[in-house]
Design a protein. Structure first.
Lengths: 66, 419
């Protein structure tokens, strides 16, 4: 399995920074929680992904196999 | 042959019996099986297979976990991390309100369960077995039963909080480790790091009872009943619009019609299989109760709870009530479950009131699915989606007339009552 953007749902509070930084790949549901389009994660640069992962105030966003 | 015996030790359900020859429930009602000597008189002495022998036996009998996920027990034992001090956990935390079979086993034939745990522990070199239950009365029966066992020093009975989610394996490990009974965020396998960080074999109480039986009779006799791919028997908790609710041991592959006859079910508009994380099915007597028989419906046996939804209740009102209850069972740890399930419950209530179409619920169902740390959101969605599909005609009637002139008769029981 290729690397994917993953969310630790026990940590995510729906701050929305990931969606702001990766608007093409991450949308927010009606409560503010991220909806990731994994098919689009591939179009993001490694630097952009790393920035989004680092920006999450809840440390809920990860990029990897698991 | 159908045998149903009244048993005073079980407060719920009222009957314990079998369709076909009793195995796990053998001797219940005829003898006090909490006494070790009486248990041995019924089931015979307990052999202790080595690790390789046990794995071969489990493979040959295809013994799968009976808590819901149906994971092969052999795989759990084979996956145990080498080294460390392995621990065996008997999951008797039956959070599912429609299920009573594990509590029934633990109270009425506790030594069969403890035997299976002892066999697993002996084979993997574990000297610590935790039996997790939620009910103080069950814990008391277990502690008393342990007194008469020569291997009692291995065992420890632990009471954990009675919540729907605590029955989930990884959540139970958290509770046993002294943490809050909440699903962990990262996927940690109990076989790698479980109780006290040690490699842990965790399975449901019935799974260990089946092992207590299998170790005695061997894979060949074990597989004499059931289907080729699912040998043996399985325990069901049957409730709803039936004259004889209770715990029934059936052979895998028994048709739903035979079960309906055994419990004296009235005409039913639907049957829920697998409890409140389970699936609504049409009340088709030809459906075989097995993994293969239920797969075409996207259903599994789950923890074996089967509920007959009779014709004299409003199925949609029952669905709405249980959906609201499921929403309330969210530990609120994960946002999409904490917010999505209440939204989904409101949708189903609106559908039951004739104010909304199922498409509304489907939108929220999609937002919940796969977006949580445990199986709760996906299980709840499976329950709602299948319910709306099986009750499609009812949905149309409610949309057209605002209701169906029937009220919620409480065929699906919930701890919160019917309000």
């Amino acid at each position: 399995m290729s690397a994917q953007l993953r969310i630790d749902w026990t940590r995510c509070d729906g701050h929305g920074l990931c969606a702001a930084l990766l608007p093409r790949t991450i949308k927010q549901d009606e409560w503010g929680y991220p909806i990731i389009d994994q098919t689009r994660a591939g179009i993001e640069s490694a630097a952009a992904l790393k920035r989004a992962v680092g920006a999450c105030p809840a440390l809920a966003l990860r990029f990897g196999d698991h | 042959m159908i045998g149903l015996s009244e048993h005073p030790a079980a407060t719920r359900p009222s009957t314990i019996g079998s369709i076909g020859r009793p195995r796990l429930v053998r001797g219940i009602g005829a003898a006090d099986l909490t006494a070790y000597a009486a248990h041995l008189a019924v089931h015979g002495p307990l052999p202790q297979p080595g690790r390789a022998e046990l794995l071969a036996m489990l493979d040959a009998a295809a013994l799968s976990g009976r808590g819901g996920a149906g994971f092969p027990l052999a795989n759990k034992i084979a996956a145990l991390r080498p080294g460390g001090r392995p621990v065996v956990v008997v999951n008797g935390a039956e959070g599912e309100p429609a299920s009573a079979k594990d509590g029934t086993l633990l109270r009425c034939t506790p030594h069969l369960v403890l035997d299976g745990a002892a066999v697993a522990a002996g084979a993997v070199g574990a000297r610590r077995v935790l039996v997790a239950v939620t009910d103080p009365a069950t814990a008391a029966v277990l502690r008393m039963s342990l007194n008469s066992r020569p291997d009692r020093s291995w065992f420890e009975v632990r009471e954990v909080a009675d919540t729907f989610i605590v029955g989930e394996a990884r959540t139970l490990i958290e509770a046993l480790n002294g943490a809050a009974a909440l699903p962990p965020g990262r996927r940690v396998l109990p076989t790698d790091r479980g109780v006290g960080g040690q490699p842990t074999v965790l399975s449901n109480a019935e799974t260990f009872a089946q092992l207590g039986l299998l170790a005695r009779i061997g894979a060949r006799e074990f597989s004499a009943v059931g289907t080729p791919t699912e040998p043996g028997t399985v325990l069901l908790t049957v409730s709803g619009a039936v004259a004889k609710p209770g715990v029934l041991e059936i052979n895998y592959g028994t048709p739903l019609g035979a079960l309906a006859a055994a419990v004296d079910a009235g005409p039913s508009q639907a049957v829920v299989v697998g409890g409140y994380h389970g699936t609504w099915l049409p009340a088709d007597p030809a459906i075989e109760l097995s993994r293969a028989g239920l797969a075409p419906f996207g259903a599994t046996m789950g923890a074996g709870a089967v509920i007959f939804v009779g014709e004299h209740t409003c199925g949609l009102a029952e669905l709405a009530r249980v959906t609201r209850w499921l929403a309330e069972q969210s530990t609120r740890r994960c946002g999409p479950c904490a917010f999505g399930l209440p939204a989904l419950a409101a949708d189903v209530e609106a559908i039951a009131a004739g104010r909304a179409d199922p498409a509304v619920a489907e939108r929220h169902a999609r937002l919940v699915t796969g977006r949580g740390a445990c199986a709760h959101p996906d299980g709840a969605v499976r329950f709602v989606r299948s319910g709306l599909a099986v009750l499609a005609d009812e949905v149309g009637t409610h949309r057209a007339y605002g209701g169906c002139r029937r009220s919620d008769a409480g065929h699906l029981s919930s701890p919160g009552g019917l309000e």
